[in-house]
Design a protein around this ligand. Structure first.
Ligand code: VGL
Ligand code: ZN
Length: 186
């Protein structure tokens, strides 16, 4: 029997409309997330959680600064339905798009350990942004041996360069992720 978890990637105020690094139409994934959460016994949230003056603010506008409202999860995410929370990008000098490995390849969180401890082998991934944190999370999870379903209507991307989202979806599929729509889940 496979054991599943829903991974909600960086659905934080700063990545939603009105936020400092808003993903276009990012709020369109919220109904999908609200619908999916009760379908899973394990619901994991990740949060980009940077100290002030973080290294990534050379590439991006300041966002998800620890302790600010922008770093908080969207208020539509019912905290009672979240079973585990992970913060990443907390190291001043090193960015972390994925909760499994930072951009240097080091492990900074205990997410993999947590999932293993629970016997979870299958991940359903939703969140922001498709072409940054989502693609990195999915590809790292595949490398770690998880079966990964990417919920296409549960993600939105930045598309800094035209085609980035499409390339991210292709990359995930080519690494072995299964692309599904939320309506087809359980
Ligand atoms: C992200 C840019 C910078 C993301 C995080 O969550 O996709 N993107 N930090
Ligand atoms: Zn960030």
């Amino acid at each position: 029997m496979s054991k599943k978890a829903l991974i909600i990637v960086d659905v934080q105020n700063d990545f939603l409309p009105g936020g400092s690094l808003a993903v276009k139409d990012g709020d369109q994934i919220l109904p999908v997330i609200i619908k999916l959460m009760p379908q899973f016994d394990e619901v994991i949230t990740t949060q980009d959680f940077h100290p002030e003056g973080h290294a990534s603010f050379e590439k991006w506008p300041p966002h998800c600064v620890a302790g600010t409202l922008g770093a908080e999860l969207s208020s539509v995410i019912n905290p009672c339905q979240v079973t585990y929370r992970v913060k990443k990008g907390t190291n001043q000098a090193v960015d972390a798009y994925s909760p499994f490995f930072n951009e240097k390849g080091d492990v900074e969180t205990d997410l993999h350990e947590y999932l293993r401890g629970k016997g979870i082998d299958t991940l359903y991934v939703v969140g922001l942004a498709t072409d940054y944190c989502v693609v990195c999370t999915v590809c790292d999870a595949l490398k770690l041996g998880y079966r990964v379903f990417l919920v296409e209507d549960g993600v939105r991307g930045v598309d800094l360069n035209a085609g980035d989202v499409k390339r991210a979806l292709d990359e995930m599929a080519s690494q072995g992720a299964e692309l599904v729509l939320s309506e087809g889940i359980r």
